[in-house]
Design a protein around this ligand. Structure first.
Ligand SMILES: [Zn+2]
Length: 420
């Protein structure tokens, strides 16, 4: 087994990770508050600038509020595209410390190690800190990476507002950003060689297998589908049983039928997560019901088949209860395979570090799943304790985090020293 080539400064990584973790940190009950376009999130971007500049990197922001820090090794052309390493600095409300922030701090620690080896590097690299990956406030998840990839839906972004009626446009303007300039962020796309993201798994698989890292093979596709059942609202006692058009019963039947289909299908998940019943009264036959599904698969064909199956099952359930059915996909994320040569690079890097690795599908969305549609992209996962994330209990040990940083730096070193 060949030796690894690069040394991580563990103390440096743990120091900057804890600096970042302090920004937006509430109590152990309230968790983390670093939602995009909040004071805490912008403070995290200021921290990024200071930390990256202290390493000697050239820091800039784009029109979307993403932060970047470039390093061009001595004797290497400044015009070459950059290998980007990074993650996102925003969190969900009441989230954890590790989702996103870990990957940014890790990328900076990898940068410090790569700079020491800069004479061996044949390409420039870039540390990336994306904004609004989570999207809970404005419903604009993956905004930063979509802007860079040129995949932003400006019609959606222009009307986006939060629950208090604050428009995304206003929130951006407060920090000096112009919403109408968002499409200009795509100019940066050509300066990326590709994107490598280190992230917590957010699931239990690595921990259960006792493994240190995973190379991600695919970022899941997501369809969010609303099924509307329209029956007839009427008295719960006096309406003859055979004449009832109960929309909720049709929805319940659909949940049972489609869940059984999903349970019997590989590489497919579906969650009946939300239901609105009208009039939602105990003594009234419900005349209307909306049932929302979150359906995921790394395979686009499987997603198409699943939505088709859901439609057919809902139609049949509706027919048996005298209820009309309509099906609408209101959110659609295309699945994204990771760049296979880089997946193998991650596995080789783990092997050089004597770390056992596996391959995993990411069942959560990530910036790598957006950028991977327009450039080579790959992801590394480390274990999440008890598989918990998006909650204050989110945790990964220092050892697990440092192993991830080593794999990230080792993988990047391999890609940056390859013959051009
Ligand atoms: Zn994340």
């Amino acid at each position: 087994m060949s030796q690894s080539s690069i040394r991580i400064d563990s103390t440096y990584f743990l120091t900057i990770f804890r600096q970042l973790a302090a920004i937006g940190q509430g109590s152990s009950q309230t968790g983390y508050m670093r939602v995009a376009w909040s004071e805490a999130e912008r403070e995290a971007h200021r921290w990024f600038r200071q930390t990256a500049e202290a390493l000697g990197l050239t820091v800039f922001q784009d029109q979307a509020g993403n932060s970047f820090a470039d390093f061009v090794p001595p004797g290497v052309s400044d015009t070459l595209p950059r290998l980007a390493l990074g993650s996102h600095l925003d969190s969900v409300p009441h989230g954890g410390t590790f989702d996103g922030g870990y990957g940014v701090a890790a990328a900076l620690a990898a940068a410090k190690a790569l700079i020491v080896e800069s004479r061996a590097l044949r390409r420039p690299f870039r540390i990336a800190a994306f904004t609004d990956e989570e999207g809970p406030r404005f419903g604009t998840g993956l905004l930063g990476s979509k802007a860079v990839a040129g995949l932003l839906d400006m019609d959606h972004v222009r009307v986006a507002q939060d629950r208090d009626g604050v428009a995304l446009r206003e929130a951006m303007a407060h920090y000096g950003f112009d919403l109408d300039a968002l499409p200009q962020a795509e100019r940066l796309k050509e300066s990326f060689l590709g994107y490598l993201e280190l992230h917590i798994e957010q699931g239990p698989r690595l921990e259960r297998q006792g493994l240190g890292v995973a190379a991600v093979t695919d970022i899941t596709g997501i369809r969010q589908v609303a099924v509307r059942f329209t029956g007839k609202t009427n008295h719960a006692g006096t309406t003859p049983k055979e004449e009832r058009q109960n929309a909720l019963r049709a929805a319940a039947e659909t949940i049972m039928q489609f869940s059984a289909y999903v349970d019997g299908t590989d590489q497919l998940t579906a969650n009946p997560g939300r239901i609105d019943v009208h009039p939602n009264a105990t003594n009234v036959v419900p005349g209307f019901c909306r049932l929302d599904w979150d359906i995921r698969s790394p395979d686009a064909t499987r997603l198409d088949e699943a939505v088709e199956a859901l439609s057919n099952m809902a139609e049949r359930a509706g027919a048996s209860f005298g209820v009309a059915v309509s099906v609408e996909t209101f959110h659609d994320v295309v699945p994204c395979p990771m760049h296979e040569p880089w997946v193998e690079s991650i596995e080789r890097a783990a092997s050089r570090l004597n770390l056992a690795s596996t391959r995993l599908v990411s069942w959560a969305g990530h910036d790598a799943g957006v950028l991977g549609r327009v450039m080579p992209a790959a992801m590394i996962f480390i274990p999440s304790q008890n598989g918990i994330s998006h909650a204050p209990e989110e945790f990964s040990s220092d050892q697990a985090m440092l192993d991830g940083v080593r794999v990230l730096a080792e993988t990047a070193y391999g890609l940056l020293t390859e013959e051009a």
